[in-house]
Design a protein around this ligand. Structure first.
Ligand SMILES: N[C@@H](CCC(=O)N[C@@H](CS)C(=O)NCC(=O)O)C(=O)O
Length: 329
């Protein structure tokens, strides 16, 4: 694990020394938008036009942020529109690599060895973390965007000339509520598990742990009253929560010490998780082998033996009871 400093790779773990042991996620730096007409999005200089075959996605199956983009690509039927390279699940001294084993594809565009080479191809002086997902433009050979929250918005709307325009996970009328739920879920759940897991002081861990389970309790209560996070309609907010939920019992409970309760112990969350998993196409985006191997083997400061636990046994195909609550599409 490391980062680039002025285009040079440096092997270095997260520095929590100045933040009281708290893990602080750095902001993604490539923030341009693909639009239907190619005009730059508001406040941006560079414009990128939606086209088929032009854009490429670099992902890890292990990563919950990258996983969102794979779900949107699948459910918006963009698999023939946007191509994908999958990194190897082990992230070691070179960061994400293109070792083409165990279902990883290698870099299908340039044959690079490491993801950091894709970042320096876009910007030879890049300084910062080298993260997935990355949305790459073949035409101008640069990174359009490396922020999953924005990539899924583009997939939702910009490629409707080719994808499934009837599917909209960010409908205009629900945007305020989706944004509000996202804020809670991001801060205390999506990123909350990382704050607990990467904390290097007891205090920082306990802070994140408490906020995480308060937020999960709140979401559980919400899902006892309604089918989905913002009501009767499945939205972006649900997919953003899903990728954390599906990793929770296999990884976050043990590896990140998020062990007050499992998702299996929450009746509504566990049924909801099964419902989302069973949405056609979604199960194919979940690679449990990559997920477990990545976390347990890549974070040597947390798990120095790199032993990957065999359990737990989970059947995401078991029936769910969510049909008792109304849904609209
Ligand atoms: N805010 C980013 C976060 C992406 C992110 O942190 N990805 C992780 C994998 S789960 C990563 O690549 N980490 C490498 C690193 O931090 O060095 C997003 O949502 O796209």
């Amino acid at each position: 694990m490391g980062l680039l400093v002025d285009g040079v790779w440096r092997d270095q773990w997260y520095d929590t020394s100045k933040t009281g042991g708290r893990f602080e996620r750095s902001k993604s730096q490539f923030r341009d938008f693909i639009t239907r007409d190619g005009r730059p999005a508001e406040g941006r200089e560079r414009g990128f036009k939606a086209e088929t075959g032009r854009y490429h996605l670099y992902v890890s199956y292990a990563c919950p942020w990258a996983h969102r983009t794979l779900i949107f690509r699948k459910l918006k039927k963009l698999e023939d529109v946007i191509s994908v390279s999958v990194v190897h699940h082990f992230m070691g001294e070179n960061g994400w690599t293109f070792r083409a084993e165990d279902g990883a594809t290698g870099d299908t565009l340039y044959g690079a060895d490491f993801l950091h080479q894709i970042y320096t191809r876009a910007d030879p002086h890049y300084s910062g973390r080298v993260t997935v997902p990355v949305l790459w433009d073949r035409r101008t050979e640069t990174i359009v965007n490396n922020e999953s929250a924005e990539i899924i918005r583009m997939f939702n709307a910009a490629f409707d000339d080719w994808g499934d325009a009837s599917v909209d996970f960010y409908p205009e009328s629900l945007r305020t509520e989706i944004d509000a739920v996202n804020a809670l879920v991001y801060e205390h759940i999506n990123n909350g598990v990382y704050k607990a897991g990467f904390a290097t002081t007891q205090e920082a861990y306990e802070e994140a742990f408490t906020a995480l389970f308060e937020a999960l309790d709140e979401v559980e209560a919400r899902l006892s009253r309604q089918r989905y996070l913002v009501g009767e309609r499945l939205t972006e907010a649900d997919w953003r929560l899903f990728t954390t939920l599906v990793r929770f019992d296999p990884v976050y409970v043990g590896h990140f010490k998020c062990n007050l309760r499992r998702i299996a112990d929450y009746p509504n969350l566990s049924n909801y998780l099964r419902e989302l998993y069973q949405v056609p196409g979604v199960a194919e985006t979940v690679n449990m082998q990559h997920i477990k191997a990545h976390y347990y083997a890549s974070h040597a400061t947390i798990n120095p033996t790199r032993i990957v636990p065999l359990g737990p046994q989970i059947d995401h195909w078991a029936p769910h009871d969510r049909d008792r609550l109304p849904a609209t599409s």
